[in-house]
Each structure stands twice: as C-alpha cells, then as structure tokens.
Design a protein around this ligand. Structure first.
Ligand SMILES: [Zn+2]
Length: 151
C-alpha cells in the first residue's frame, strides 16, 4: 500500500524513490564537471527556460530540432531519457538534465516562472507534446529580448 495514497504520484518522484533518484543526481553532477559541447551549447546560448516553479518545477530545453520538457534531476521528455532511463536500460542522464544542473549552478537560464500564467504554461507544454516545439515560448522570449535591447 502506498504511504501517501492521497498525494499525486509526481510528489513521490520528487521526494521518494531515494536510491534511483540519488544515483541519477550524482551522475548529473559528475557529468557537469566535464561538460560536453551539447551541454555547453544549451547553457551558453541560454536555451534553457524555467517555465514553472510550483507545484512542480518545470523547464524547457529549446533544442536544435525539438524542445523537451524537464523536471530538474528527475525527468526529461527526450528520447534518450524516455528510452534509456525510464525504460530501465541505465541511469545515464541526458545532456539536457546535465545542462539544466549547470544552468542552475551558474544562473545562466531564462526564468519565466514569474511571468507565464498557468494557461501559458499549459499551452507551451501542449505545443511541445503535439508539435515537438513551442512557438509561444519563442514568441515570449523574443518579446523579452526586444524589450531588453530597447532599454
Ligand atoms: Zn533530455
């Protein structure tokens, strides 16, 4: 019987599953020390966006081909993660999760968690799940960049 049957299962993912979660986290931190080109690219080009902090922290990685939805240290919607890690092949994190750790450590990411409404977040996630990338998120980022450069 589950310990907290009234809690959503995502809570179990972020607080429980101790052993697997800590192995994954350890590998993410180790890999970040010798960051690959792909990881440096995502962080350096500011392609990582925090879209929501509560009830679950959600990020989006704007990839070259597709966008992916991430929960830091926990989950990524890319094929590597869903096939290898969720599929139980091994606990080797994808480069999106490693890059997200680097972004969190260095502060090099876009934080839209305060400016996006829950409806915006839902629309962004739906676009990614349906089309593989979010036009809305790019529009929001472009608007912010333009405001920055307009002073
Ligand atoms: Zn990934």
């Amino acid at each position: 019987m589950p310990e907290n049957k009234d809690k959503p299962s995502i809570e179990g993912l972020t607080t429980g599953r101790g052993a697997l979660a800590s192995i994954l986290r350890k590998r993410i931190v180790e890999r970040a020390e010798v960051a690959s080109g792909d990881e440096q690219w995502l962080v350096g080009m500011l392609r990582l966006v925090r879209v929501q902090r509560f009830p679950v922290e959600l990020w989006v990685a704007l990839g070259k081909e597709s966008d992916y939805i991430l929960i830091p240290y926990m989950f990524c919607s890319c094929p590597h993660f869903t096939i290898r890690v969720t599929g139980g092949v091994n606990l080797e994190p994808c480069y999106h999760l490693v890059a997200t750790h680097i972004a969190l450590s260095t502060g090099r990411f876009h934080d839209l968690s305060e400016s996006l409404s829950p409806d915006d977040v839902e629309a962004i996630l739906l676009e990614i799940l349906t089309y593989g990338r979010s036009t809305l998120l790019r529009k929001v980022l472009y608007r912010i960049k333009k405001e920055d450069s307009d002073g």
